[in-house]
Design a protein around this ligand. Structure first.
Ligand code: SF4
Ligand code: SF4
Length: 157
């Protein structure tokens, strides 16, 4: 998602997004970029830009937003939520966009559950890796390896 295409505008889109619980404030965004500057995903992924996702939504780019892979990248850490001067609650807006993507057929309905599972897996893995960093342990290393192997085996099935 790199280009804002104004010809794709659907004027109803922003109202539909704003009508859902959690996204009521999203039109208040004044593009300050605090969310993007604070976001750990934006730091490691050039295509990920919360401010831009909001802009595209305000401009009515329904397909460009709901059909984009980037709406699944947010890890819902709530850093942007806490720092936004306009109380946009971007992490919740992202939840709304994901629900709409599933409802409108841009993503399979299992996706929401898969993303929740992935978030849980990543958090557990992070805890194990930090523990191994502070107290290296062969048993823990084997546990981490087993977890990763299992994850990739399941994804390959
Ligand atoms: S921090 Fe809030 S106001 Fe600033 S760009 Fe992000 S969503 Fe918009
Ligand atoms: S909630 Fe999502 S968009 Fe906000 S800082 Fe965390 S990863 Fe970035």
């Amino acid at each position: 998602m790199t280009t804002i295409v104004l010809s794709q505008q659907d004027p109803k889109f922003k109202e539909e997004v704003a009508s859902r619980p959690g996204a009521e404030n999203f039109k208040l965004c004044f593009t300050c970029g605090t969310c993007t500057a604070s976001c750990p995903v934006a730091e490691v992924h050039d295509d990920y830009d919360p401010r831009k996702i909001i802009r595209m939504s305000v401009f009515g780019m329904r397909e460009g937003v709901l059909g984009s892979d980037v709406i699944w990248m947010c890890q819902r850490c709530y850093v942007c939520y806490a720092r936004c001067p306009q109380n946009v609650k971007f992490a919740d807006v992202m939840g709304v966009l994901r629900e709409m993507a599933v409802e409108e057929g841009y993503a399979p309905k299992e996706r929401l559950h898969e993303i929740d599972e992935l978030d849980r897996f990543c958090q557990e893995l992070r805890c194990d890796l930090v523990q191994n960093l502070t107290k290296p342990d062969d048993k823990l290393k084997a546990k981490i390896k087993t977890k990763l192997d299992k994850h990739f085996r399941q994804k390959a099935e």
